[in-house]
Design a protein around this ligand. Sequence first.
Ligand code: M6R
Length: 367
Amino acid sequence: EKAGYPHFMLKEIFEQPKALADCLRGRINPKKGTVQLGGVADVMDQIVKANRIVIAACGTSWHSALVGEYLFEYLAKAPVEVEYASEFRYRDPLIGEGDVLLVISQSGETADTLAALREARERGALVLGICNVVGSTISRETDAGVFTHAGPEIGVASTKAFTAQVVVLTMMALELAMRKGTITKEKAKKYIKELDQIPGKVEQILKECDETTREMARLFTYAPNFLYLGRSYNFPVALEGALKLKEISYIHAEGYPAAEMKHGPIALIDEMMPVVVIAATDHTNDKMISNIEEVKARKGRIISIMNKENSDVEELSEFSISIPSTYDCFSPLLTVIPLQLLSYYIAVNRGCNVDQPRNLAKSVTVE
Ligand code: M6R
């Protein structure tokens, strides 16, 4: 059932073009420039009128929620807060009628996420879900929701579920934006056309960066620490890259918004420290270049994920992986792919049990 791949994780990474195409199928119409999410159609008016949207999740799903926050705010001008489900539920949360709680969960069984949902529902909020597993507890208990349709995810490290969640959030943000009139029809059509191209671009990245990520993995297999830096839409990707590495290779890694580096983590940088810079968000590019220079001045080793056109970043990097160009707000769907592969190859080199890392379970049903 691994379809010839040595691990489920690798299979699932390579399945992403199909998973994302399945997720988009029947929901976007690039010719007409429309988005239709059947699962939330009945409550769309309530979402449009919501006082605010709170997104709650755990782990990787929490990272996709953070990407969602940027998307909802940028495209639909909707106020969004992102919460760790575990913190939200125990805080006597300020949520009630007129608010929306959106929970995100691959498995649909995560105990804290389920408890957050129940808490918000009791307080009168509209409760929505983005789940991968059809028939899961969370998907049954929400008022409405959207399935990611990424197919079964077996590897403990979430890969295709993450990108599919981000695709769903993108579609939601676009539909909301169109309903609210925060983007023009023409602009929406351009975004939808581009979204339709994303599975193909993911496929291209998988082809182009497999060898480079292996080479990088060989060099950095025994690095004791890693730092991941990103800005804007790619800040959550920095967190996700670090989590992937931690959970399957047992290397300590931290993700940071790049500008926060000088508020502490810069003290860690020396010639032993690989720094993965996700420099593919155009509007913050100059700032990222200064961050790269700051790292280099301290002999840190730069691995960059960058836009094809960006020779400045490439010149400053020991390794760089370029991704096809896209709208900044879609770039997490592309930049995360090489990071998944990098952590996979490092874990394999270290002889780790990639699909079932120590101390972890696929779904965390205890609190
Ligand atoms: O099934 P869920 O999406 O609710 O799971 C949430 C986290 O437990 C999960 O994303 C976890 O962080 C993964 N192992 C990350 O790869």
